[in-house]
Write a protein that binds this ligand. Sequence first.
Ligand SMILES: [Zn+2]
Length: 340
Amino acid sequence: MDASPHLLPQILMIAAAVTALTAVLVSGPWRALARLRLCSLGLCLLFATPLVLHALQGAGFRSPLPFTYEALNAIRAALDPWVDELAARHSRIAHDWGLWSWIAFVWAAGALWLLSRQLLGHWLLARMARRGDPIRDPRWSAALEALQPPSGLRLVASREIQGPLTWGWRRPVILVDPTTLERGASAEAVLRHELAHVLYRDWLVHSLVAALAGVFWFIPGLSQIRRKLLLAQEQRADEAAADAIGRTAYADELLALAVRPAKPCLALAMTGRRTDLRMRIEALLAPPSAGGRVHQSVAAALLTAAWLVLIGTATPPPSTASAMGTAALKRLAPVAAVQS
Ligand SMILES: [Zn+2]
């Protein structure tokens, strides 16, 4: 991908706007599937933003109505004297390096820290799966066999966890804690829930979103979208299990797990957060409501339209394109030097 530094402010501004709008929209009273779709749309737009902006730039697209571009230039023009003054007034290092370089350094350090923590999380999960024992309890193995699991799936007992959880993509692992394991009657409910995660590749999506949240850590609202997405994934897995064994029976299973909530970490923990668990049980026992599909389509259309307007107005106008681009490039040169 072309890493022209003068697109960075546009990418960040559009990413922040898309995140904020998605966070507001997914806070609505949606059912799990609708929330999942809205979260996915917002995240896809977020991923697409740098790619589409670079493609537009590569194709020589010039905005006929460059609102976003001009708004950014106005913000930058207002900030520049302050940034220069701050850089000149403060320590020699700040002066030598420039404030934009410091900002890039802080971003890179934050992203590196968060992504390292995620790598550590993956390593800990792999270690837990290695240290665990294969489950030989006939009640669990019979229940798993009856559900026809995908090949490569492993069912492992682990003493290091508080509640059942799933992780892994190509060779998924379902880890079960000792207390749940003793309750053989829970096997079907737990396995149906965890297998729904495996079927929908929830862990892969969850990991990609975690990585995205690590890179864009400074954008407020992204962690909220991540949490809502996780909740919607849990609710979809709940629906799959509840449809098979009955809503009340499944809600009882969730309540039994609620006494020892597991930390979500990087795996998909069946209990997750206590507040989310309460919402999930309430949703299971609530009478099914009709409608909502039209509202969901309106919200999705609103989000897409806002993104298209931002993207379409973010490139420079035909007349000033090269001059402004060069000026911005010059100003952001230290940022590019740090990033490369
Ligand atoms: Zn789950």
